[in-house]
Design a binder for this molecule. Sequence first.
Ligand SMILES: [Zn+2]
Length: 342
Amino acid sequence: MKLLLPTSTAGSLPKPAWLAQPETLWSPWKLQGDELAEGKRDALLLSLQDQQLAGIDIVSDGEQTRQHFVTTFIEHLSGVDFEKREIVKIRNRYDASVPSVIGEVVRKKPVFVEDAKFLRQQTKQQIKWALPGPMTMIDTLYDGHYKSREKLAWEFAKILNQEAKELEAAGVDIIQFDEPAFNVFFDEVNDWGIAALERAVEGLKCETAVHICYGYGIKANTDWKKTLGTEWRQYEEVFPKLQKSSIDIISLEAQNSRVPMDLIELIRGKKVMVGAIDVATNTIETAEEVADTLRKALQFVDADKLYPSTNCGMTPLSRRVARGKLEALSAGAAIVRNELTA
Ligand SMILES: [Zn+2]
């Protein structure tokens, strides 16, 4: 019988202190060359073990081989100049120095496929792999070539599709696209964002997910959240379109968030990864708190479609806190699983 309420994380997990500066977003690598390559693999194994010891059902690489969820992917493409940096506003929220698109973007070699094969060799559990979504990618770059967000997103969608097909062949069970930009640019989501995402998943036979969140617990995000009022209804704009899309799973944020839970009703029929762990606080949830969030979600999603997860990635947290949160997620899901099967 299929396991009810399979747990997973939204994506990243903390890196060991010997690989990168702990509790720091986008921190540079501490190793170089062959040592870095070996260090990334060792970190992937540790991250996998943390998930397994905590009883997580659908495991990932913890994003141990990437410094940034968008730029590490882009680094592997031609047409982008990392020396030529420009300041842009990310998701209308904060300034960042980003690389420039200077020519046609092309994936000359696979990006994460070898890492995925390595993870596949380590476990028989279901594995999930995260890729940046096309809209979030273009929002993290300066485009001096295509001069059109839509056109560039379309090119990235084609590239993501190539990568996704190879990840699928490597044995990845679920490919997730991170699209926090879907919570900001509603007109573009409507005009071409969903279409670009559909292009990225075209022809895939494995399961597909889209992760839409309110971001890591960094200041720019917490300040932004303060401006959103008492009810966060951003999902209302995109969920009806995603409900009609071919994406199998929607990953969303719920724990300690002001997202009204009933918005999940808008994606009825889809599998829902419900964030039952807050990644913006060091306070570790109790199993009962996690269970409570899952029970609320069950009002709007069928039990066989509920996937307990985290609100977002946990890379900025300490390893101790992240481990505690993984255990809480597992324990909370177990409580509700028992209730459902009792
Ligand atoms: Zn996220």
